[in-house]
Ligand binder design. Sequence first.
Ligand SMILES: [Zn+2]
Length: 372
Amino acid sequence: MSTEVTSRQPEAVREAFEQEFGRFARFRGEGRAVALSELRLADAEAALRELAELRTRHAGKKSALANLKKQIGRVAPEERAAFGQRVQQTEAEIAASLDEAEAALRSHAARARVELERLDVTLPGRRPRRGHLHPITLVRRRLEDIFVSMGYAVEDGPEIETDFYNFTALNIPPDHPACSVQDTFYTTEGFALRSQTSTVQIHAMQRRKPPLRVIAPGRVFRRDTPDATHNPMFFQLEGLLVDRNVTMAHLKGTVTEFLSRMFGAGTRTRFRPSYFPFTEPSAEFDFSCFKCGGTGRLAGEPCRLCKGGGWIELGGSGMVHPNVLRAVGIDPEEFSGFAFGFGIDRMCALLYSLDDIRLLFENDVRFLEQFN
Ligand SMILES: [Zn+2]
């Protein structure tokens, strides 16, 4: 092999490559952004296929370049090193050109694909899943609406309380079973998770001077083994009215009005004497069953909701105990008031005919979706 021929060969291989690569040259270097910006996705994909063929032809196993590499050993020893170097350089330049153009085309094609999908209005839309409020929130809002329309303000209070708010100010003596660790969750010394929303009565009376009308819906905590009708965490709504000359008749009228707005105009109420430390006198209140209209029977069968009795027990109430008024500096000789409370979860279970209140807290979407 003559020196002249071998000395020209790497250049010839490069020239042949560059002639074919010419149409891809615009995809490398400074001008590539402009060149690519005019390229549609289909054209970029076609260019990539052609580029792959070009690579096979000029850098593959059967290419002129591969052939040239095999010849390195046959070049005269004094020229071999220089020749080998030129072959290697040619190979590196061809690879760099191919790699650079390919990388630019690939990233352009990927971007174009995303853009095309984004703009393709013929693709069927994905319907977003619409969320909705939790059944307890739905009931709470209904309750709030009723009481707000009756002139009550909605109050909120802390869920962690001191003994003063949870017990002492509510006229609950320290030896009362409600204070024991059997019934109440204690955190650190002197703090407890509130066991009733009555704590908000105290806060409200301290903040506002009578006359006042407030309701306090909120979460309360009691040590209880969960079952179909009990949960260690549940929601209560507490109502409080303090004014001059307030009597038990006002309490009964208010509860009756609220229940008829909640369960229908024909709803009757019933008060039974009871005991709570923070009210005197105290009464539990029931209302006529809204399923059977208070008859206890439905289509000839005993009503399942009221178990045939015609009445549904709901909550507790009474006249605010003078000691509770004194605890917040209100003179019981001048002011009197009433308070009432009931479970929102229980009302929710009644309204939606739930057999087990635990369903409300299991976060099972299949259950919750029914209350849309
Ligand atoms: Zn009934």
